[in-house]
Design a protein around this ligand. Structure first.
Ligand SMILES: O=C(O)CCC(=O)C(=O)O
Ligand SMILES: [Fe+2]
Length: 346
């Protein structure tokens, strides 16, 4: 079977379209979610100048000296600010004890929704952490915030499309996202020439599924991202020109009782002449309200069959995942994802 990440133009949902046009989009999204779990999205409407400002801000921040960047570190429990290379391990979020323990060489900067964004709700600050901004790069906050708003809009549009694709009443999914726990992780994969260790210890970002409902992924068109297909083989994926990648997270796999998949992916930059080509990406995670209870939708469970998953809140699920990736505590609850990694071919 040829592996392909399908491209879908979501213009009818972004700029207005007829009922027929929207139905065709919803159908294409349903097929992509069943078969692949990754989608190339065009017609998302993110202005070029917002993207240019955003990538410029990433370059300015990641171009700082390591010590300067470390000023913006936060404790492992706080999913904000700067994460230096080799301080996270995504495979631990899955319960896979990789040989490359804490050897993911990406560096990242995280921003997200803080409790103060919802003054009318009494949201827990330990979950809805406030942002840390690098004041030594004055363009960073406005440029990243502008992109954040756009990625948030696209994520919310995708959930609207998901309701149509799953043929559930409006509000079934969007009703779980009123104060969605959203985070933007900006990733930089770069190693100074000569530091690459070829014994297989280092990886760009270990294999994982994303944790939430949907991820909007912007990335450079540089090799590195790999996606696991349903038969257990890894494939290289790059965004098409002008496209964003969309992938489903575990919350959606749970909601759909795995009718749609949270696809395993990882980043393995090719090493050429002892170095790698720098690559940037930014994953906007739209996870759902921390107190929303996630249980398989009745329409996704075949008659007479038991749902695969027990109900869980978004907050409980995300906390178990982050304890793995950020605090190095193996997540023993991700048995289904760990089994898929074990069955894959390198
Ligand atoms: O760098 C990439 O393309 C993927 C990043 C990713 O999977 C993540 O941040 O969760
Ligand atoms: Fe990811």
């Amino acid at each position: 079977m040829v592996f392909e990440v399908p491209e879908v133009d979501i213009t009818p949902y972004v700029a207005g379209g007829s009922a027929e046009e929207r139905a065709a989009v919803a159908k294409a999204i349903d097929r992509a979610c069943r078969e692949v779990g990754f989608i190339q999205i065009v017609g998302h409407g993110i202005p070029d100048d917002v993207l240019a400002g955003f990538t410029g801000a990433l370059d300015a921040f990641f171009g700082l000296e390591l010590e300067a960047k470390k000023a913006y570190r936060t404790p492992p429990k706080v999913n904000r600010g700067y994460a230096p290379p080799k301080t996270e391990s995504l495979s631990l979020s899955l319960g896979v004890e990789a040989a490359s323990r804490m050897n993911d060489f990406f560096e990242a900067f995280n921003v997200g929704d803080g409790a103060s964004m919802y003054p009318e709700l009494d949201l827990p600050e330990a979950i809805y952490n406030e942002n840390v901004w690098p004041d030594s790069v004055p363009t960073f906050e406005p440029a990243v915030s502008a992109y954040y708003e756009e990625a948030r809009r696209v994520a919310r549009t995708m959930v609207e499309i998901f309701e149509d694709a799953l043929e559930v009443p409006a509000g079934t999914l969007t009703g779980l996202t009123g104060h969605s726990l959203d985070v933007l992780r900006m990733n930089n994969y770069a190693l100074p020439p000569g530091t690459v260790n070829l014994d297989g210890d280092l990886t760009g970002m270990g294999e994982h599924t994303d944790y939430g409902m949907v991820t909007v992924l912007w990335a450079d068109r540089v090799a590195g991202l790999q996606v696991l297909d349903s038969s257990g083989t890894w494939h290289d994926v790059q965004p098409n020109p002008g496209a964003l990648l969309i992938n489903l997270g575990d919350v959606t796999a749970r909601l759909t009782n795995e009718v749609w998949m949270s696809t395993l992916h990882r980043v393995k930059p090719p090493i050429v002449d002892g170095t790698i080509e720098r690559r940037r990406s930014a994953a906007y995670f739209h996870d759902g309200d921390y107190d929303a209870v996630i249980a398989p939708l009745p329409s996704c469970v075949a008659e007479g069959e038991a749902p695969i998953y027990e109900p869980i809140t978004v907050g409980e699920h995300i906390a178990a995942k982050l304890a793995g990736s950020r605090a190095g505590r193996l997540n023993a609850t991700a048995v289904r994802e760990a089994a898929r990694v074990a069955a894959s071919t390198a």
